[in-house]
Design a protein around this ligand. Structure first.
Ligand code: ADP
Ligand code: SF4
Length: 690
């Protein structure tokens, strides 16, 4: 289909200093968990986006010197010549598709703990970053930089910029954002210097200006120089002659870089989760930049709607549409718009599971796109699948995330697929969960897959069909995939971090009961040791329905694992705003229907609360009766024409939606393929000359 002319503006080339982006789709630097140790995995991951039409494809943070060492968090490096080859693999791959490659040169300053290099962290004035999360805490305080250190830093930046050129990059960054070293110079809280690098805006901006200048000198006219800068805190500070310090910094540096890449300061606002922030949430902070500079401006905002993108350009907010998560969820987003297939975009749901991969120190995962990170090691392409190797027909029982993904991928391969679900609507757990506060966007997981399934001649959809073993045996499908999900148990939590026996008493509920319509009487206690989003979201919903609600968790904070997805501070604020009382480091020691006993997880000291109902959000177990009953009747398979019965998703191992989608996808990719001993190819570092 031809492109809708409404979107033509998105496909205009944009000049960035000495280079030209072929269109306005700009994959901004973002963490991928792929260090120089995974050069092929990384090159293919970035290449897939260039193939999908992103005109610029950038790296994640690339350290310029061992004094910026984020281990055990993943980061890349350009410390010396030995690093060049690994990056060249990416730039060559990106260039094959006519896109530009950008490199985010980075020095972390006081934030990095230099656990591997064991060098003292650097900072403007010795002020540490006081993290509240264990993974980011360190005992080594940064040292204050003197003038010689600043000269060294500038040399490191210049040398890394030269290596970036040698590696083939077209855009070279100075990174003054997210609490890292040049940003620390911009902020008076970090920068308490009394020399020419501290005090006035002109002085605090001096280091960034000098970094831009040395980068320009290093790359000449062979690459563009970009400035990535966080403006949230600066925007909150009144300026002396302009509305804010952010205005004054941008004015001071207006045309020094070739490109402004503008963003927020902290992960929860910068990479804002959909549960708490809408598309385009950066605009109120960054909207002024284009009015101050003549250079192109790129920014992000979880943009997935082409109309929204066009409005950013038309209203003069941005010149280039930045994307990190939208490019992970759908590397082919630009191509789909270009080919008039925008309805096929696999829209990011804003769950931030991709961010959790970085915290976990592993290659990026994505809830919507199970091929993310698997392009090279498993050979999974987001848009291409192996054609069917037989004329097999497959019955998928259960239409949650895993069943839907499995059916879509099998159908794309050309197999005949029947998918049935007991419920009147497909979606599995999403049917309930997307009705919880803030979670409606997650419905895109089911919507996109149903959109792909509907209208395909090789797919039969049977909602409202609860299948029994006899139904399956009589269904005349050669292969059966059981995707029947999991159920929440009433197990409690023991002092030794084990689940205990189920706790059955009146007015004790699980999320499944709430999903089925149970309405807990107040005061209610939500006891959460699942620690992801659901306990917090249920507590928020109860409180919003005027039920007095206590949220109790064995962890140190509410929805503790949501730290990994940038949601944790926002969860606490939402629970506070809804009037939920939070009790951390507590387990349930007893409940008699009128009062509940909470015990401190370390001391066992008890506290009693008035409580009429208890909602336990703890352990799930597979809902796999159908699977087990089928296996019990395997003697009948041959007569029924059944050649295989398998489990996927939560019915196999209960997990997050990302796990279910990956499980369903994997089944479909590996169907009819010969099994391998190791399920993916392992990557190894590249050295000079390789
Ligand atoms: P997953 O996350 O693994 O996809 P879900 O719990 O989200 O799992 O979805 C499982 C789906 O399976 C639910 O929609 C449920 O209605 C459906 N289901 C469970 N048992 C049967 C059955 N016997 N026949 C048809 N559908 C079933
Ligand atoms: Fe978007 Fe979630 Fe995928 Fe990240 S993991 S790109 S937030 S859908």
């Amino acid at each position: 289909m031809p492109r809708n002319p409404r979107f033509d503006v998105l496909f205009e080339p944009v000049r960035i200093g000495p280079v030209t982006a072929p269109n306005r789709f700009y994959q901004v630097p973002h963490a991928s968990g792929m260090t120089n140790a995974l050069p092929h995995v990384r090159a293919k991951f970035r290449e897939t986006k260039a193939e999908g039409g992103w005109g610029v494809v950038c790296t994640g943070a690339v350290s310029i010197h061992p004094s910026s060492d984020d281990a055990p968090l993943p980061f890349a490096s350009l410390w010396d010549e030995a690093d060049v080859r690994a990056h060249a693999a990416m730039t060559e791959a990106v260039h094959r598709h006519g896109s530009l490659a950008g490199v985010e040169l980075w020095h972390g300053g006081a934030i990095t703990m230099n656990r591997t290099s064991r060098l003292p962290p650097l900072s403007p004035s010795g002020m540490p970053w006081l993290s509240t999360h264990l993974g980011f805490m360190g005992n080594l305080r940064p040292r204050a930089m003197d003038r010689a250190d600043i000269r060294e830093l500038l040399r490191w930046q210049a040398d890394a910029a030269k290596r970036a050129l040698a590696a083939g990059f077209d855009i070279v960054y100075v990174y003054a954002g997210m609490g890292y070293l040049p940003y620390e110079f911009l902020l008076p809280e970090y920068n308490r210097r009394t020399d020419e690098y501290g005090g006035s805006i002109a002085n605090r901006t001096r280091l960034v200006r000098e970094m831009l200048e040395v980068t320009r000198d290093a790359v000449g006219d062979r690459a563009a120089v970009a400035l990535r800068i966080s403006l949230e805190e600066l925007r909150a500070k009144p300026g002396t002659h302009a509305p804010s310090e952010a205005h004054e910094v941008v004015e001071a540096l207006a045309d020094v870089p070739d490109l402004w890449d503008v963003k927020m300061d902290s992960s929860p606002t910068d990479c804002a989760p959909s549960r708490f922030s809408p598309e385009g949430s950066h605009e109120p902070v960054i909207e002024f930049v284009k009015k101050v500079t003549k250079k192109p401006v790129v920014g992000v905002g979880r943009f997935t709607s082409p109309d929204f993108m066009v409005s950013q350009i038309r209203r003069g907010v941005l010149d280039l549409i930045g994307g990190a998560r939208p490019s992970i969820a759908d590397p082919f987003l630009p191509r789909k718009i270009d080919e008039g297939r925008e309805h096929e975009i696999r829209e990011c749901i804003g769950c931030n599971i991709c961010i959790s991969s970085w915290h976990d120190g592993v290659p990026v995962r994505c809830t919507q796109n199970p091929t993310a990170g698997e392009e090279w090691r498993r050979g999974w392409h987001p848009e291409r699948v192996e054609p069917a190797a037989s004329d097999a027909s497959i019955l998928v029982v259960g239409g949650g995330p895993s069943g839907l993904e499995c059916a879509v991928t099998l159908a794309r391969r050309g197999y005949r697929v029947t998918i049935a679900d007991a419920a009147a609507e497909f979606g599995g757990r999403l049917r309930f969960e997307t009705g919880l506060p803030g979670l409606s966007t997650w419905g895109r997981v089911a919507d996109w897959r149903l959109g792909q399934l509907r209208g395909r001649a090789n797919v039969s959809l049977f909602p409202g069909s609860s299948l029994t073993v006899d139904d399956v045996l009589g269904s005349e499908h050669a292969h059966v995939v059981v995707a029947t999900g999991a159920r929440w148990t009433r197990m409690l939590y023991a002092t030794i971090e084990f689940p205990t026996e189920p706790f059955d008493a009146p007015r004790v509920y699980t999320p499944d009961d709430i999903a089925a319509g149970a309405v807990p009487e107040g005061p209610a206690v939500v006891f959460d040791f699942d620690n992801y989003y659901l306990g917090g979201a249920i507590a928020e919903r109860l409180a919003r329905h005027q039920v007095e609600t206590h949220y109790v968790t064995t962890a140190g904070s509410a929805s503790a694992w949501t730290f990994m997805t940038n949601e944790l501070p926002l969860v606490h604020r939402a629970l506070g705003a809804a009037g939920v009382t939070i009790h951390t480091l507590r387990r349930i020691a007893g409940f008699d229907g009128e009062e509940i006993a909470l015990a401190d997880v370390f001391t066992n000291a008890e506290q009693r609360l008035r409580c009429r109902s208890l909602v336990i959000v703890g352990v799930r177990e597979p809902r796999d009766e159908l699977y087990r009953e089928l296996l019990a009747r395997s003697g009948e398979f041959e007569r029924a024409g059944i050649r295989s019965v398998s489990r996927i998703g939560d019915a196999l191992a209960p997990g997050a939606i990302v796990h279910a989608v990956h499980s369903g996808h994997r089944y479909a990719r590996e169907f009819d393929a010969a099994p391998t001993a190791v399920p993916y190819v392992r990557d190894f570092p590249l050295h000079r000359g390789q």
